[in-house]
Design a protein around this ligand. Structure first.
Ligand SMILES: Cc1cc2nc3c(=O)[nH]c(=O)nc-3n(C[C@H](O)[C@H](O)[C@H](O)COP(=O)(O)O)c2cc1C
Length: 475
């Protein structure tokens, strides 16, 4: 059976872990699902959440599928407690793309229900308004397929789509994206661009779509590698494109040249509203979906947004830094860094200066990173508290911090500046914080529980199976 959104949710449910929360109580369509995610986060919980009863809509809505490293581990079917293994398994699978194949059954699941013509109504989909200051309701985790007219290769990318009525929705494409280049090629020739947006599939589809490569790069082959099985494709009903046969929903349509409308303000990933802009509009020609569909949503101003692409970026950084520092232990872009603006690096230091060298390698390999914190390999870089403890106890700023000004950074950083620093612009100041202990002199000995004892004692033997000793009674 093909891996899809349903099989992934079933797997989460079967794990009986904290990674899935199911909510039966009726919930308003707008603002409430994101509120529940915020409330859970305040308790330190970042599960996938399945809302079974959204007011006015028969469809369940799942969100939060990328909210934690544990969920990324489950996507790759590795032990969620083995954080380092998540990245190594990702790198192994990313290196082995599997080309898509044709769906061979009679009716593809995604074509069980087909709506065209007057039956099309985007409002039948449980698309929500996520934040009070958003300009409207947005599809936030659709994968848009279009075809490059020059190479003939299909491109997949995730773009936000604001609903504009029964049959129209926006498509915000940053000009650097491949889909924007492909749109320019169509529109330069005076032609409309056909698109198909699929929503609701195994999380590997979104991680594959976020993978970087040349324009001809086949994101669905990367997805196949991540899944360990070929993606099955089926022809669309009203446009000349192919879509994954086991998606929950597909929206087909065309973007005509010179068709633009307002988009935004929109609550962005760094936790601030992005300004309004003009974006192209998709004229919808068909909506197809599975029977008893599940809608997939993503809270864009929340950690799950950037976590979709975190493994791809960590893999790239790991490869680059390891070329310079072979004793690199691990690399992590924590959610606290908003949009990859923090990078934690751990290593087994061999010579003085190697911590800073690793930091320079990170800064030279990725423009998003603003603050690199380099630690010895006794620090767990998946735990912000431990990293901050290393900063507190192993750093004197004048000796251990290196600052690089006026370097290209992320434009959505509200502190980013321009040439004269008096105006907004794409530049940021980078810092390397080297917390690695000196090799050329004595350093204080860290207090640790004895390793043998640590391994021998199981907390549950003392707290009971339900963790009854825990303050809030949760396991
Ligand atoms: C949840 C999510 C939402 C995104 N939304 C947008 C968007 O609205 N506009 C955009 O230009 N890029 C967006 N991106 C980034 C692109 O999807 C990403 O850069 C992708 O690799 C682009 O693919 P392409 O260059 O092959 O078209 C988003 C990424 C994620 C993970």
């Amino acid at each position: 059976m093909a891996k899809d959104l349903r099989s992934f949710i079933d797997g989460l449910r079967a794990s009986r872990s904290a990674d899935l929360v199911e909510i039966e109580r009726e919930i308003p369509r707008d603002l409430f699902m994101t509120l529940i995610q915020e409330k859970l986060a305040k308790e330190g919980r970042y599960p996938a959440v399945l809302f079974r009863n959204v007011a006015g809509h028969g469809w369940p809505v799942v969100t939060g599928l990328f909210s934690s490293y544990s969920l990324l581990a489950r996507m790759l079917e590795v032990d969620p407690t083995d954080k380092k293994r998540v990245l190594s398994e990702y790198m192994r699978r990313e290196a082995g793309p599997i080309a898509p194949i044709a769906f061979t059954g009679t009716t593809a699941p995604v074509h069980e229900i087909v709506m065209t013509g007057d039956d099309i109504d985007l409002d039948r989909l449980p698309v929500q308004k996520h934040c009070a200051g958003d300009s409207g309701r947005y599809i936030t985790i659709g994968c848009m397929i279009c075809r490059d007219p020059v190479s003939g290769v299909a491109n997949v990318g995730t773009y936000r789509h604001e609903l504009k009525g029964r049959t129209r929705m926006g498509c915000m494409m940053n000009p650097v994206q491949h889909a924007a280049t492909i749109r320019n090629r169509h529109h330069g020739a005076g032609k409309a661009m056909e698109v198909a947006v699929f929503i609701g599939h195994h999380p590997a589809y979104h991680v594959g779509a976020a993978s970087r490569g040349p324009l001809e790069h086949d994101e669905l082959a990367v997805t196949g590698g991540l899944l360990g099985e070929a993606v099955e494709l089926v022809a669309c009903k009203t446009v000349d494109l192919k879509v994954p046969a086991h998606a929950e929903v597909v929206i087909e349509g065309r973007i005509a040249p010179d068709s633009f409308e307002n988009d935004g303000p929109f609550a962005e990933y760094a936790g601030y509203y992005g300004a309004p802009m003009k974006v192209p509009v998709i004229e919808v020609t068909a909506i197809t979906h599975r029977r008893q569909p599940i809608w997939h949503d993503l809270f864009p101003s929340f950690r799950e947004h950037t976590q979709v692409g975190v493994l791809g970026r960590e893999a790239q950084l790991f490869r680059r830094v390891r070329e310079i520092v072979p004793t690199l232990d691990a690399i992590h872009l924590p959610p606290s860094g908003a949009n990859f603006w923090h990078c934690y690096v751990s290593l087994r230091k061999r010579v003085q200066g190697e911590g800073k060298l690793a930091g320079l390698a990170v800064l030279g390999s990725n423009y998003d990173v603003k603050h690199v914190i380099v630690v010895d390999d006794d620090i767990d870089i998946y735990d912000d508290q431990e990293v901050l403890w290393a900063v507190a106890t192993r750093v004197q700023a004048d000796a251990d911090c290196s600052i690089v000004t006026n370097s290209f950074g992320a434009h959505l950083d509200p502190t980013a500046y321009g040439e004269t620093r008096s105006e907004r612009g794409p530049m940021t100041t980078k810092v390397i914080v080297d917390t690695t202990r000196p090799l050329n002199r004595e350093f204080a000995q860290r207090v640790r529980p004895a390793a043998q004892l640590w391994d021998a004692v199981n907390l549950r033997d003392y707290l009971g199976p339900g963790g009854a000793g825990a303050a809030d009674g949760r396991p």
